[in-house]
Design a protein. Structure first.
Length: 373
């Protein structure tokens, strides 16, 4: 077990991330009843407005844990079969043999073999994962674009398969979670956003968490700066952005306090049953969007970089300009949620690989101090 929280050490670790090049970041760390919240840097580089620990923030793919919990609720209610083929529910979206072969579980744990739709939705990003050839122009072009999830799904389904359904090595793909959003709507008769709000967000008692309806974040928030591996210099503010391009895969807005509350209640069996939580913690090997091989469950995974003998569960997330990470020790006692307002700060070498940056080491040290003391 880690040592008790050290507020001075946590403050110093947070400031070091800011000094390493992060405009602003904020975090909440919990150890039992002991709570520390901190912030360092600015929420707006133009005005110098400081970040505070209570700001609302785009948390990216942490949304997937919320969506997975909603699906597991429907499994508990008997409306969805975890190992049933997706073609049973959405035959028009995943037709034929693939619809028969891909199960709901495979969508949740990214072993469906369905490709990521993003390179096809954003033509100028088509070079994924060869990031050295991409340009940021499409980010500006689509700030206010309202994407149709069915059209995005069709792009992913029609793209060349990236694996065999249920294969030994999965590939992380947002197409899976857009399909899960459509599945939720099919079986509940309401929108995925409304179901998630009423049955996951409200059930967890979250007051500052929402799936945004439009491009403008509500409430106090930071500006969000995208560097796109040095190709946007200086980094550009993308805090205003229509999040229909990721929907139930990555559009959530939350706070570090709400994230900690949600994951605490999830691991306590208050959002889904203990049996469903056990299913969420059954992992397979998956290649992440960064090209690393990780263990991944159903919208939840054990976290890397948490050496110290304890197991932590959680999720990370990025969107344009915003990043967040949340993790909780298996016993539910120790937690960290952190949000940053700059993304893709690493420049690329000649081979297109991100180069080391002082922010990376400073964040790793923050995680170590937060989780282990």
């Amino acid at each position: 077990m880690g040592k008790p929280l050290d507020p001075a050490a946590l403050d110093a670790a947070l400031r070091n991330v800011h000094r390493a090049g992060m405009p602003g970041l904020f975090a909440e760390v919990r150890d039992g009843e002991q709570v520390w919240r901190g912030a360092a840097g600015v929420a707006d580089v133009a005005t110098g407005r400081p970040v505070t620990a209570d700001l609302r923030h785009r948390v990216g793919s942490i949304t997937k844990t919320f969506t997975a919990a909603a699906i597991l609720q429907q499994v508990e209610g008997g409306l969805i079969g975890l190992d049933a083929p997706i073609g049973r529910y959405l035959p028009k979206l995943v037709p034929g043999e693939r619809g028969d072969a891909i199960t709901v579980r495979m969508l949740l744990n990214h072993t469906s073999g369905l490709a990521e739709y993003l390179p096809y939705a954003y033509p100028s990003l088509r070079a994924f994962p060869d990031l050295a050839k991409t340009t940021p122009q499409s980010l500006d072009d689509h700030r206010f674009t309202r994407f149709d999830p069915v059209e995005l799904i069709a792009m992913g389904v029609s793209a060349p398969a990236v694996g065999t359904p249920g294969g030994a090595l999965g590939l992380y793909s947002n197409t899976n979670y857009l399909l899960l959003g459509e599945l939720l709507e099919e079986v509940t008769g309401t929108t995925a956003a409304r179901y998630l709000t009423e049955n996951v967000i409200d059930r967890a008692g979250l007051c500052d968490t929402e799936l945004p309806a439009g491009p403008h974040p509500r409430g106090p928030h930071s500006q969000l700066y995208e560097a796109w591996f040095g190709m946007i210099d200086p980094p550009r503010d993308f805090s205003v952005f229509d999040m229909s391009w990721v929907g139930p895969a990555a559009s959530l807005i939350s706070t570090v306090a709400d994230l900690n509350r949600f994951f605490r209640r999830l691991l306590a069996g208050e959002i889904v049953s203990p049996a469903s939580l056990a299913q969420m913690q059954r992992t397979v090997r998956v290649v992440s969007q960064e090209g690393r091989t990780i263990d991944y469950g159903l919208g939840l995974h054990p976290m890397e970089g948490t050496a110290g003998g304890d197991t932590f569960w959680g999720h990370g997330g990025t969107v344009w300009g915003a990043g967040a990470l949340t993790m909780i020790r298996a016993d539910g006692a120790r937690q960290l949620s952190v949000a940053v307002n700059l993304q893709r700060w690493n420049r690329l070498d000649a081979a297109g690989r991100p180069q080391p940056h002082p922010v990376d080491g400073a964040l790793a040290e923050l995680y170590r101090v937060a989780l282990h003391g």
